[in-house]
Design a protein around this ligand. Structure first.
Ligand code: MG
Length: 115
């Protein structure tokens, strides 16, 4: 993660693109890249979405790269470590959705009966 963050800073600095990398712009670019992933799956059936062809898989890989780039850039603006943030959120989710309560169910946490 540190290597990627450093490389992204260099990439922007070498091109004088930091001026365009406001948090607002990065959040918007991130959203666009996520939409490009969604577009790859648009109109596919459930089954088709599980078995992308080689071309679409290659496109998905590129878009996942784009998403991570903008996500890391945005997190960097606020000195947030995305891996730490994800691990913390996973811990919160584990408490919100105890495995023994939610196993095999997809309800929102507010919809489960309190023990
Ligand atoms: Mg893209």
């Amino acid at each position: 993660m540190e290597i990627l963050k450093k490389r992204l800073r260099e990439f922007a600095r070498e091109r004088d693109w930091e001026q365009y990398h406001s948090p607002k712009n990065l959040a918007m670019a991130l959203s666009v890249e996520v939409a490009e992933i969604v577009e790859l799956f648009q109109w596919l059936s459930e089954e088709e979405s599980k078995t992308l062809g080689a071309d679409k898989r290659a496109e998905l890989e590129e878009e996942i790269g784009d998403v991570l780039i903008y996500l890391v850039n945005l997190a960097d603006k606020f000195e947030i470590d995305p891996l730490h943030a994800a691990m913390e959120k996973l811990e919160k989710n584990a408490k919100k959705y105890p495995a023994q309560t939610v196993k095999g169910k997809s309800l929102k946490y507010t919809e489960y009966e309190k023990p």
